[in-house]
Design a protein around this ligand. Structure first.
Ligand SMILES: Nc1ncnc2c1ncn2[C@@H]1O[C@H](COP(=O)(O)OP(=O)(O)OP(=O)(O)O)[C@@H](O)[C@H]1O
Ligand SMILES: [Mg+2]
Length: 502
């Protein structure tokens, strides 16, 4: 990033838009670039102090540069080359006068070796400037930068030396945080335990989880279940097993590309979310859930985009990781017609998401689930976007037997008293979730009567259930018809699948 910024400045790009919420770090990055190659002076503008040269005390300001227009005018008047960082211009950028001043200013910069850098936590560029500006995303700190934070913290607290291994663990635990957040987390861990050693890694991690949850869009998910607690879906499991080591160095050396992601389509309650969550354990990667509903925020122009961008940035800096987007159909439903309803926000978000998926080079594996294909935009389903699109159908008899076994075994050690074959034969069209619910209902019934639950209780519960495949049979049939043509069955190999009867 720094390199790119440096190249842009040397190449005399007049206007650079730096998206970041970490002013201080970004400021330092600009200053260090200015010191080395182009050797330019750096000036900062804030709405409170006007223009101040970088490194000077705040009260040494340039006169009458507090208003945005005056500040830009001052920059235009400068004869010397320089980098002018505007920290607070984004709230004013929509004003016609400010836009005009900026356009005229940069038009005259060509030979002057002057660059204006706009710094802002949200990306909001008036259409008049779109062609003139280059947008750069300031990334979160990497391991080396976090190492500086940690080293400083260890010095301040006069902690004892730690091994390289411990250091690495402490650093990894703060990946995904900003510089200031990492500093706070280390400090808190130190204050809590009065030291900073390997044993404090857990404190650091749980602090990070809280910080990440606080912005409400990403959440760390921990799942205790393993792939074995899912009945059936053998093809899908096999596919996942095959890729257990896909994110290792060894796989790269072998020449394998990094898996990009998968989409799991299917009937509600058949284990889509569960399989996504258990993959995290199988692959040994952290699972981050992206809540698309929370990305949308109409309070300010560009806010939704900024939310998505930040969430993806965080996921990338924690990578290798799995990014879990449950029920993605709800988020991108009706994208095409959204221009009327929400000013086009959802199509823009959808567009940026697709672009990100296409271009991402960091090992973030996207795991998305959806129920309603007809709501998904076509671009999404095109081959190559995801490594694979799986279809999870209602369980066949063999799979239902397994699901009964799994859920009964979870609750009772001895399940020989149940006749699984009989149970399976009477719950045709039931989803895994409905089978589980029937068992739970049977247990409640028996518990209320103060006795152990039996085969008959489960039969009664099954009889009392109207499965979704019946109440919503049209939707389920439509989904199946669609998916049989276009998606890979999660249950079994294609040949087997075609022989099956539903
Ligand atoms: N194949 C299965 N094996 C074992 N349990 C299952 C299976 N399918 C569903 N279940 C049970 O049903 C619960 C709900 O399933 P899950 O939330 O994964 O379904 P889903 O496909 O994501 O449904 P939805 O489309 O409604 O989100 C699971 O937590 C699990 O207990
Ligand atoms: Mg689900």
């Amino acid at each position: 990033m720094k390199e790119e910024l440096s190249i842009l400045i040397q190449a005399q790009y007049p206007l650079i838009y730096l998206v970041t919420s970490e002013e201080e770090r970004a400021e330092q990055a600009v200053a260090s670039i200015a010191q080395v190659k182009p050797n330019r002076r750096v000036f900062l503008w804030t709405v409170t102090h006007g223009i101040v040269e970088y490194g000077q005390p705040r009260n040494v300001t340039q006169h009458n540069t507090v208003s945005p227009e005056a500040a830009i005018e001052w920059v235009v008047r400068q004869k010397e080359p320089g980098i002018f960082v505007f920290k607070d211009l984004h709230p004013f950028i929509d004003s016609p006068a400010v836009t005009r001043w900026l356009r005229d200013a940069i038009a005259g910069f060509k030979e002057a070796q002057k660059t204006i850098v706009l710094m802002s936590p949200v990306q909001n560029i008036p259409i008049e400037l779109e062609k003139e500006v280059v947008v750069l995303d300031f990334p979160l700190p990497n391991m080396a930068e976090l190492n500086e934070v940690l080293t400083q913290q260890l010095e301040i607290t006069r902690s004892r030396r730690i091994t390289t291994e411990t250091r690495e663990k402490l650093l990894k635990a703060t990946l995904g945080l900003t510089h200031d957040e990492a500093e706070k987390v280390y400090r808190k861990a130190y204050v809590t335990a009065n030291r900073l050693t390997e044993e404090e890694v857990d404190i650091v991690l749980s602090e990070k989880k809280q910080l990440i949850r606080r912005n409400g869009i990403l959440e760390f998910i921990e799942e205790d279940e393993t792939l074995d607690s899912i009945g059936g879906l053998e093809e899908l499991k096999h596919w996942l097993h095959q890729r257990s080591n896909a994110f290792t160095e060894r796989a790269r050396e072998y020449g394998l590309p990094q898996p990009k992601g998968m989409l799991i389509l299917g009937v509600p309650g058949c284990g889509k979310s569960l399989i996504a969550k258990t993959t995290s354990r199988l692959w040994g990667l952290p699972l981050l859930r992206l809540d698309m509903g929370r990305v949308y925020d109409g309070s300010m122009v560009g806010r939704s985009e900024a939310n998505l961008r930040n969430a993806l940035k965080t996921a990338e800096s924690i990578s290798p990781a799995i990014l879990f987007i449950d029920e993605i159909d709800k988020a991108f439903a009706g994208t095409s017609g959204s221009a009327d309803s929400d000013g086009g926000t959802s199509s823009r978000i959808f567009g940026s998401f697709l672009t990100w998926m296409q271009e991402k080079s960091s090992p973030v594996f996207v795991m998305a689930t959806a129920n309603r294909v007809e709501r998904l935009p076509g671009e999404f389903l095109r081959k190559g976007r995801f490594d694979e699109i799986f279809f999870v159908d209602l369980p066949n008899p063999q799979e239902r037997t397994e699901i009964f076994r799994i859920h009964l075994t979870k609750r009772r050690t001895d399940i020989t008293r149940f006749d699984l074959e009989q149970l399976v034969s009477i719950c045709d069209g039931f989803s895994g979730a409905e089978i589980e619910q029937a068992i739970i209902a049977a247990m409640y019934e028996a518990f209320a009567q103060d006795r152990e639950f039996t085969q008959l209780d489960i039969i009664a519960a099954i009889k009392a259930t109207m499965p979704l495949s019946k109440t919503m049979s049209e939707q389920v049939t439509a989904l199946r018809d669609w998916a049989r043509q276009r998606a890979r069955p999660a249950a079994a190999s294609v040949a087997e699948y075609q022989r099956m009867e539903f």
